[in-house]
Design a protein around this ligand. Structure first.
Ligand SMILES: O=C(O)CCC(=O)C(=O)O
Ligand SMILES: [Fe+2]
Length: 202
């Protein structure tokens, strides 16, 4: 299929529900679930260390260091499957990526809270390519302060690709809420460009 625009004000979203064929998405899910260096990291919230409700792994070029939720991420060297995917995504989106964050939502209790990917390392209008594998989960977008618009819900099936660009992070937040429905594991990959500058000390 092809990427087509989703209509949302102050956002630039492109969506392809079937960027990868189902067989390929299933094979990648199995391979990355087995091979990625999964960690459950803790983030600092309200002065406490809270374990993230999902597993994560970070791969990229050596200079793609990143600070996210107060955590410092040193990229691991590209796995061959991730390197190949990066090249395909660069061709499909016309954008360069130097890193990828993998999130593994083991079941419906795993989630990601409301946030925008607006860290300074990503630049003012980052292009983020989000590829989904495994169980379909509902992705939500809501406007940030100053924008009056209804929220958006988008089911992200296996093999789908969502490209977020332009003012999306500046004007909208997104989340992957928990669900009470019985769901299998879902693996999401967000390809990003992280500026090579050294992260702040501390
Ligand atoms: O799992 C998803 O679809 C969203 C992941 C996400 O927002 C992120 O990694 O920043
Ligand atoms: Fe995000």
């Amino acid at each position: 299929m092809a990427l087509s625009p989703l209509s949302l004000p102050q956002a630039d979203l492109l969506f392809d529900p079937a960027f990868l064929a189902q067989t390929e998405a299933a094979a990648l899910l199995a391979e990355l679930t087995a091979d990625a260096a999964w960690e459950q990291r803790a983030i600092r919230m309200f002065g406490q260390q809270i374990p993230q409700p999902r597993l994560t792994a970070w791969y990229g070029d050596p200079d793609a260091r990143y600070t996210y939720s107060g955590l410092r991420w040193e990229p691991r060297p590209w796995l061959p499957a991730l390197h190949a995917l990066r090249q395909r995504l660069e061709t499909a989106t016309g954008t360069r990526f130097n890193s990828v964050l993998l999130n593994l939502y083991r079941d419906g209790r795993d989630s990601m809270g409301w946030h925008a990917d607006d860290e300074p390392e990503l630049g003012p209008a980052p292009a983020i390519a989000s590829l989904s594998l495994g169980a379909t989960r509902r992705f939500r977008l809501r406007p940030r302060a100053g924008l009056a618009h209804a929220p958006l819900a988008l089911d992200l099936p296996a093999g789908s690709l969502l490209l977020m660009r332009g003012p999306t992070q500046q004007c909208w937040q997104h989340a992957l809420p928990k669900t009470a429905r019985p769901v299998g594991p879902r693996l999401n990959l967000t390809f990003r460009w992280v500026a090579g500058a050294a992260p702040p000390a501390g």
